[in-house]
Design a protein around this ligand. Structure first.
Ligand SMILES: *Cc1c(COP(=O)(O)O)cnc(C)c1O
Length: 355
């Protein structure tokens, strides 16, 4: 029996999208491939509220995160971490020989604008990375407030990990001044894993021109120049299957309406949070609680794997805590095409097991 996924990636994928994944192949140097990739770029710009160019990568989001910090850090990067995914971005810098410092927040807490201001005021950094939505802790950072601070530092390249939030909550890339906004196919976009997407600004491209060794597969400047020269085609063979599905799914997303989609995510999040507070507690500081994933503090000390086993019998699966939070939290994703009714069904089943 298939178990419906309520884990924060990969998410449950609709039948019609799975079917699009099995579209017959086309040549990746054909006019049809150009048309498909160009179409996706146009639609992604709309979803990201940006005029910047879009790059697609046949990799999960981590590929573009590594590419961004390696390609665009000229001097030194300030990596703001609020959990496992910020920590990983720092590790990517270290492993690529990119000069970087990590500025961490307490688990469950956000990156505050004051922290960004204080760090950038040193003048040491020309690139920052922010995790928009920390999937491990269920914290969504106050990016509007961070954007205000970033206005003081117009030369700093601003990279945003929106892997577990883009498509589930409004991220106005241009208004926020984000230079590289990164997401993956398998979270709020509701596709299988294997494709990632980013926007890239002229400022980020100009920075990359000053970096001598940017690697090749994840060199964002190389990708940008190639699609410009070759009518949106990529240097190597991309996952066309994902592209067929993404192009289709973006139409569905606009059909639902962006505001409606974000509102649906907000309602699901509120429902799960309310329940979590009644039965357990939230791991995140509630003022910064995520609209796409809730990390529940396991205050009743339940056996999460036992709970998942029993949920499995009724066809559901949730997620245990991530990394160090494995036993003290469990997580419920409310993202992509999940409906409030499905969330209610899940919560009802959990209650039957634990109450
Ligand atoms: C899932 C996730 C990643 C990693 O993305 P992949 O597509 O698995 O490489 C990075 N950051 C956040 C916040 C995530 O949720």
């Amino acid at each position: 029996m298939h178990k419906r996924l309520f884990i924060p990636g990969p998410v449950e994928v609709r039948e019609d999208i799975l079917k699009k994944m099995s579209t017959p192949m086309i040549g990746h140097r054909s006019k049809d491939a150009s048309k498909l990739q160009k179409s996706i770029s146009g639609k992604m710009k709309k979803l990201m509220y940006t005029d910047n160019e879009i790059l697609l990568s046949t990799s999960s989001g981590s590929g573009l995160m590594e590419g961004a910090i390696r390609s665009c850090t000229v001097k030194r990067a300030a990596v703001f971490s609020i959990g496992a995914f910020g920590d990983r971005w720092y590790k990517m810098a270290v492993c690529n020989g990119v000069q970087a410092d990590k500025i961490s927040s307490e688990p469950g807490q956000p990156t505050l604008p004051e922290m960004v201001d204080k760090t950038l005021a040193t003048g040491k950094y020309d690139l920052i990375t922010i995790t928009h939505n920390e999937t491990a802790t269920g914290v969504m950072n106050p990016v509007e407030e961070i954007a205000e601070v970033m206005k003081k530092y117009p030369d700093v390249v601003y990279c945003l990990d929106a892997v577990s939030s883009l498509g589930g909550t409004k991220i106005e890339v241009d208004k926020l001044g984000v230079d590289i906004c990164i997401t993956s196919s398998q979270k709020c976009l509701g596709l299988p894993p294997g494709l990632s997407i980013c926007s890239i600004s002229q400022k980020a491209l100009d920075a990359a021109k000053k970096v001598e060794f940017r690697g090749l597969y994840f060199d964002l400047l190389e990708l940008y120049e190639y699609i410009k020269k070759k009518d949106y085609q990529y240097p190597s063979t991309p996952s066309l299957s994902h592209m067929f599905a993404l192009d289709y799914q973006l139409d569905r997303i606009f059909e639902e309406g962006l505001e409606n989609r974000f509102e649906r995510h907000r309602k699901m999040a509120e429902y799960v949070r309310q329940w979590a507070k009644e039965r357990f507690a939230l791991f995140a500081d509630e003022r910064y609680a995520s609209n796409t994933v809730t990390a529940v503090k396991n205050t009743r000390n339940i056996d999460v794997s036992e709970l998942n086993k029993k949920l499995g019998e009724v066809g559901y699966v949730i997620s245990n805590g991530y990394g160090q939070l494995k036993d003290i939290t469990f997580r419920i994703a409310h993202m992509a095409d999940t409906t409030l009714d499905e969330i209610k069904g899940l919560i009802e089943s959990i209650d039957k097991i634990i109450m």
